[in-house]
Design a protein around this ligand. Structure first.
Ligand SMILES: Nc1ncnc2c1ncn2[C@@H]1O[C@H](COP(=O)(O)OP(=O)(O)OP(=O)(O)O)[C@@H](O)[C@H]1O
Ligand SMILES: [Mg+2]
Length: 310
C-alpha cells in the first residue's frame, strides 16, 4: 500500500539578518500511511513546524519532493499545489486563537467550505456529531465553550474539507489533563472512522508514546532516530533520544537522577556542522562525530543517525 504522504529528502533554509543562513530542515524523508499516527518530537526550534508546513505545501522546500498517494506534486502547477493543500489541515495548541470570536460554532465549522465555494459531503450537524458536540452548540460563540469543546470545534472545522492528513501541533497541551485524554480518544476514533493520517507534534513523550504508531526524533533539522513508538520509547538507540526519554519522570520511575538528562542547549542552527549536530552535547562523541555526518542506518526496524548506536 502506498503511503498517503511521502516526504523525500526535504530541506529548507532561511536567510537571516547578518547575511548568514539558517538550516531549519535538513534532508528529511518520512512517510505516513492512512490510519497511521507519526509523531515528531524534538526541542523547540528543531524544525517540526517547518517540516509540517512543507508537507502542507504552505512552505516551498529548497530541495526534495512531496508525494500524495504516490503522485509527486509538481510545484510549478499552482492549481495542483492548491488542490493538494486542502489534503492537510492543522490543529494547534490554542483553540481560542484558532477560532474567530465573532463566528458561531456553526459558522466556524462551515467557513472553510464557504471560502472554497464547495459543498461538503457532510453537514455541520454531522461534523458536530462526529466530534461529540450537541447540535445545539452550533449557535454558541467560542467564549461560551470550554477549552475541550473549543478544540472539538477546531477539529470539526478541520474535517469539513475531508483532509487526508491532520497535522496535530501540540493538540492537547493547553487542556486539563482529564480533557486531554478525551480529546486524544476522540482523535483516535476519528482516525479509525475516516482512515486519517496524523502527523503529531508534541513535547510530552507520555502523550506521544500512548497514541503514536511511529516516532521520529528530530534534532536541528534532521531526524536522528525513527521507529515504532514501542521500540523508540523502550529501547532508544540515539544518545539524544536516550536523553529525552530519561528526562521524563514517568519513564524512569525511581531512577537515580544522575542518568543522562537533557543538558545544554541545542547548537545554533546557523552554524555549519561538519559532523553530527548533536556531537557538542553528546557524552559518547568521538572525533569522527565532529567530522562526518552520520548516515541513516537501519538497525532492525529502527533507523538511527549515529556513528555509535548499535
Ligand atoms: N519564516 C522564517 N524565517 C526565518 N527563520 C525561520 C522561519 N521559520 C522558522 N524559522 C527558524 O527555523 C528553525 C525551525 O523552526 P520551527 O518553527 O520549524 O521549529 P519547531 O520545531 O516547530 O519549534 P517549536 O517547538 O518551538 O514550535 C528555527 O530556528 C526558526 O527560528
Ligand atoms: Mg513549532
Amino acid at each position: 500500500m502506498s503511503p498517503v504522504i511521502a516526504l523525500e529528502s526535504l530541506s529548507k533554509g532561511y536567510d537571516i539578518a547578518g547575511g548568514s543562513r539558517l538550516t531549519a530542515v535538513d534532508d528529511v524523508s518520512l512517510q505516513i500511511a492512512a490510519g497511521e499516527t507519526y509523531a515528531l518530537v524534538g526541542e523547540s526550534g528543531c524544525g517540526k513546524s517547518t517540516l509540517a508546513r512543507m508537507a502542507a505545501m504552505l512552505v516551498t522546500p529548497d530541495e526534495g519532493q512531496v508525494s500524495w498517494s504516490g503522485q509527486p506534486v509538481s510545484r510549478e502547477r499552482r492549481s495542483a499545489v492548491r488542490a493538494q493543500r486542502d489534503h492537510t489541515q492543522f490543529v494547534f495548541q490554542d483553540p481560542a486563537a484558532a477560532l474567530s470570536p465573532r463566528l458561531t460554532v456553526e459558522e466556524a465549522v462551515s467557513e472553510p467550505l464557504r471560502i472554497r465555494r464547495r459543498a461538503g459531503a457532510r453537514s455541520v450537524a454531522d461534523l458536530l456529531d462526529d466530534v461529540g458536540l450537541d447540535r445545539s452548540m452550533g449557535r454558541r460563540y467560542p467564549r461560551e465553550l470550554s477549552g475541550g469543546q473549543r478544540q472539538r470545534v477546531v477539529i470539526a472545522r478541520a474535517l469539513a474539507l475531508e483532509p487526508k492528513l491532520l497535522v496535530l501541533d501540540e493538540p492537547v497541551a493547553s487542556l486539563d489533563v482529564s480533557v486531554q485524554a478525551q480529546v486524544l480518544n476522540l482523535l483516535a476514533d476519528l482516525q479509525a472512522a475516516h482512515g486519517l493520517a496524523y502527523l503529531l507534534i508534541a513535547h510530552d513523550l507520555a502523550v506521544v508514546s500512548s497514541v503514536a504508531d511511529r516516532i521520529g526524533v528530530m534534532y536541528l533539522g534532521r531526524i536522528v532516530e525513527e521507529g515504532t513508538a514501542a521500540e523508540v520509547v523502550t529501547r532508544p538507540r540515539h544518545p539524544y533520544t536516550q536523553m529525552l526519554i530519561a528526562s521524563v519522570p514517568a519513564f524512569a520511575p525511581g531512577e537515580r537522577v544522575d542518568g543522562p538528562r537533557v543538558v545544554g542547549d541545542p547548537a545554533s542552527p546557523t552554524e555549519r556542522h561538519a559532523g553530527c549536530a548533536f556531537a557538542s552535547r553528546c557524552t559518547v562523541a568521538t572525533q569522527t562525530c565532529h567530522e562526518v555526518v552520520p548516515p541513516r542506518r537501519d538497525l532492525g526496524g529502527v533507523a538511527v543517525r549515529c556513528h555509535h548506536a548499535s
